[in-house]
Design a protein around this ligand. Structure first.
Ligand SMILES: [Zn+2]
Length: 255
């Protein structure tokens, strides 16, 4: 029923109960999970997790936080990872000018190089952008990549519509339930359901009333309920349509 388009079950916060949790998610309506890499290590871990669980698929890529660890050799290793079975997307990649864990010019350089690689491999991208909305948009626009999702979207409604025009989907997660997320709820209202993907970003960003706790894909139904409320449609319609959107984007069929 639900397609989890963005989670990090390789995170140490799941070390104690990872297998039990994944088994119970699969039995309780979470039909697919994309486990997303954020550096070389977690990209490799995502692929391993996918290889060990039929309903888990992987994304491989280096997050802007770790952009400073990239070099030509690592980029080649990342390319090799992408050829392994069950790697369904390239990411997460992008810009993060909130934390600035890597210098901004380093972030820009490796974002562009990874976009080029994703284009060459013809893979959908998973984009992370924080406090860098305009620059992220410009870099993507200049690239030839036109297939992917803007994960945990935090920009304006008009920019979301511009991304959609370019061919992208918009990832909506627990933030949509936060009291101060009025702008994001306007985005959800403005964009077509056919371009929304559901995501939790577990273990981060748990929705209300679990805010601050460890997140997990059970809470997709809370996010779906909020989107249903905003769009004045049923939860079932949200689940069904966002499932189809993710299934199509991430080309699970070919894996
Ligand atoms: Zn993430």
């Amino acid at each position: 029923m639900f397609f989890e388009s963005h989670a990090h079950y390789d995170d140490p916060r799941f070390d104690k109960d990872r297998e039990e949790l994944l088994a119970s998610l699969q039995e309780n309506g979470v039909d697919y999970i994309i486990n997303v890499g954020a550096d070389m290590e977690s990209s490799e871990a995502s692929v391993k997790l996918a290889e060990n669980h039929s309903f888990v698929y992987a994304a491989a890529g280096v997050h802007p936080h770790a952009a400073g660890t990239l070099n030509d050799e690592n980029l080649k290793a990342l390319e090799d990872i992408c050829f392994r079975p069950k790697v369904a997307a390239f990411g997460e990649i992008g810009l993060d000018f909130y934390y600035d864990h890597s210098p901004r010019d380093v972030q820009r350089y490796w974002f562009e190089r990874q976009l080029e690689l994703a284009e060459r491999l013809n893979m959908p991208v998973i984009i992370h952008s924080r406090e860098a909305a305009a620059e992220t948009f410009d870099i993507i626009k200049i690239s030839n990549v036109r297939n992917g999702v803007i994960h945990c979207y935090s920009g304006s409604a008009s920019m979301a519509l511009d991304y959609i025009k370019m061919g992208f989907c918009i990832g909506i997660g627990g933030v949509v339930t936060f009291e101060n997320a009025r702008k994001l709820r306007e985005v959800v209202k403005a964009i077509p359901l056919e371009r929304i993907l559901l995501e939790t970003d577990a273990p981060y960003l748990a929705p209300v009333p679990h805010r601050g706790e460890r997140n997990n894909s059970y809470y997709l139904k809370i996010i779906a309920a909020k989107i249903a409320e905003i769009k004045e449609i049923s939860i079932e319609e949200v689940a069904k349509t966002t499932f189809a959107n993710a299934y199509k984007l991430l080309s699970i069929d070919n894996k």
